[in-house]
Design a protein around this ligand. Structure first.
Ligand SMILES: [Zn+2]
Length: 252
């Protein structure tokens, strides 16, 4: 939290009071600044997709990626949200491959919310019906128009916000969601523990993906926890040192 130096006799105005944190006349809710967001992970559908519910102390929440593909998976997700008394404010996609979007209409209907995806994701939604069929899923066209998000957009809910970081290379429209305050990133299929996203699918490009990882993710603090679209969590520091596909020194 920066102090400013325009206070009395140029002394920084930066102090606590009983109700919060005051900085240059602007009051912060110090308690909520210390609160961390909670991330609940569900593993859904045959592709073992990580669907995330992210929420804070206000109970405002967003869902990132909609892998729920059966009634049982819907119930698991919806029951958790009801039990925690969360207010769902939006459905966000890291990218629009079928395994990440299959449950979208069930979520949109249930919570009467809108869906957000990176610029250039539309083509995946247009082709999703056929693609889903070939994988044994049924997919119906989105019931609400897709709202696009771009690099550096802030996703706000409750007292929290996540910054959208555009990371193309696995699929056009790929977005990671970063919390500088809580030091985590929801990375979709860009970076996995000891792996990276496939680049052999439409709009995939290895060089572009490597640039996204090196220029956008490996520049983050080493302690930042990474929540990938599939598999276990990792950290930026671990992948910089150990990732066999894109290491810190490669491609520089
Ligand atoms: Zn994908």
């Amino acid at each position: 939290m920066p102090c400013i130096s325009s206070g009395y006799k140029n002394k920084p105005i930066c102090f606590y009071n009983s109700s919060g944190f005051v900085n240059g006349g602007k009051k912060y809710n110090y308690k909520s600044y210390l609160q961390k967001m909670t991330i609940k992970t569900f593993v859904f559908n045959p592709f073992q997709l990580n669907t995330f519910v992210v929420y804070d102390e206000t109970k405002a929440a967003i869902i990132i990626d909609a892998g729920n593909s059966t009634t049982e998976e819907n119930n698991e997700l919806f029951n958790f949200i009801a039990q925690e008394q969360l207010s769902i404010e939006g459905l966000y996609y890291t990218h629009a491959h079928v395994d990440h979007i299959i449950g979208n209409n069930d979520i949109l209907k249930k919570y009467n919310i809108e869906a957000y995806a990176g610029v250039d994701s539309d083509v995946f939604f247009e082709n999703a019906e056929g693609h889903a069929k070939s994988l044994g899923f049924s997919f119906n066209k989105l019931i609400t128009p897709l709202i696009t998000i771009k690099d550096n957009d802030e996703v706000k809910f409750g007292n929290s916000s996540l910054r959208a970081i555009s990371t193309p290379g696995h699929a056009d429209g790929s977005i990671c969601f970063y919390s500088e305050k809580d030091q985590f990133i929801i990375a979709g299929d860009v970076l996995f523990r000891d792996s990276i996203g496939r680049t052999d699918l439409p709009t995939g490009n290895f060089d572009l993906l490597a640039r996204s990882i090196i220029d956008k993710l490996y520049v983050l603090p080493v302690g930042v926890k990474v929540y990938p679209g599939h598999g276990p969590t990792t950290t930026i520091g671990y992948e910089k040192s150990n990732n066999p596909f894109v290491s810190e020194s490669e491609h520089l």
